[in-house]
Design a protein around this ligand. Structure first.
Ligand SMILES: [Zn+2]
Length: 109
């Protein structure tokens, strides 16, 4: 069957549809909807529920060289790249997570 990236619209063929996959074209995480019946149409995927997957998993660097933020998928990005990719300020997100201990992210809910 053919799945369609929710972010860039690229179609990807799968023999066995996964529950989720990362688009090779744009890197977006796609959640595959429950497959109902047979269809030759492309199945449009959706963004993961919640925004946990967009939250930074960590921060590296120092004030001299600059900081980089690590995405839930393990990619290192500058603040500008993070903002452009997720529309989230990673610094704000990190501070939010630190001030809300017990907030789960990155795992299965
Ligand atoms: Zn894509």
């Amino acid at each position: 069957m053919r799945l369609k990236c929710h972010n860039c619209g690229t179609g990807v063929d799968f023999d066995q549809p996964p529950k989720e996959f990362v688009c090779a074209t744009c890197g977006a995480v796609n959640v595959v909807p429950v497959y109902k019946g047979t269809s030759d149409e492309e199945l449009g995927c959706i963004a993961p529920t919640g925004f946990e997957w967009q939250l930074p998993a960590g921060k590296i660097g120092n004030p001299v060289l600059g900081f980089k933020y690590i995405t839930a998928q393990g990619t290192q990005m500058t603040r500008e790249e993070y903002l452009a990719t997720f529309k989230i300020d990673p610094e704000v997100a990190l501070q939010y997570m630190r001030s809300h201990r017990g907030v789960r992210f990155g795992g299965n809910v």
